[in-house]
Design a protein around this ligand. Sequence first.
Ligand code: ZN
Length: 275
Amino acid sequence: MRKAFDIFLVYLLICAIAYAGIYSGKVVATAYPVYKLIQQSRIVSKVDQYNEYKEVQTKHFIIKYTDADAKYIELIERVAEDSYNRVGRDMGYYPTKKINMVVFHSRTVMRESLSLPKGDDAMGVYLNGVIGILSPGLWIADKKHIDEIFWKDGPVLHEYTHFVVDDIARGNYPIWLTEGIALNEEFRLNNYKWGEGYAYKKGPYSIKELTSDFNRLDEVLAYKRSFEILNYISNKYGNSKIVGILKKLGAGRTLDSAFKDVLGVSIDAVDIDSR
Ligand SMILES: [Zn+2]
């Protein structure tokens, strides 16, 4: 298991409200892209306030970093482009606009720029269109094998997958869905399996529990269950169906109706069959 959890932050009030049932998915899917753009420029300008950030552009990414991470930047560029290509091939989706990524050399600056809760020890975060990663130098102790460790256990592919999900579904999705998709891509592409060796005490969480209470559930087991559901869907129906579901969500549909339309079964049936 990883030293630290990644965080997918739903700082989206509108999203929370939608899942409380006050707004429809249509409102979220329409309003979110605008909200995301505003928040994205807010985060990037917050990072720019620290002055020492430099910028490098690759084919698909705009990466900000400090001098302390100059020695890692080529590695980060390669892993970012590799994630773009491999997730793209595996899911059949390639974002068209360049993606903002920030490499933080300080946990404090990362926390402040992304408004993370105090005491949080994430090594990667996806928030409103921006991928934030902690410098590999800060969490990889084995400096001789930094390349291969960052490649396989690093946060880039996972956080990039969150970006893809958000890009397609336009903010209209529950956390477990994006976590499950990100963990499933890590499994398919990096052979990294989440939650191995962790057993459910009272049986797996239901999709209903994951949807309404994700942040209050046991963290490892909630991630584990999200992974199992998405792994089941991708094995049984194929990854293109997952993108199909995300597209329906992006058009403002509810999760249940998207499941029925794309998979031909209800979300409850998937919940039972994936156990
Ligand atoms: Zn995540």
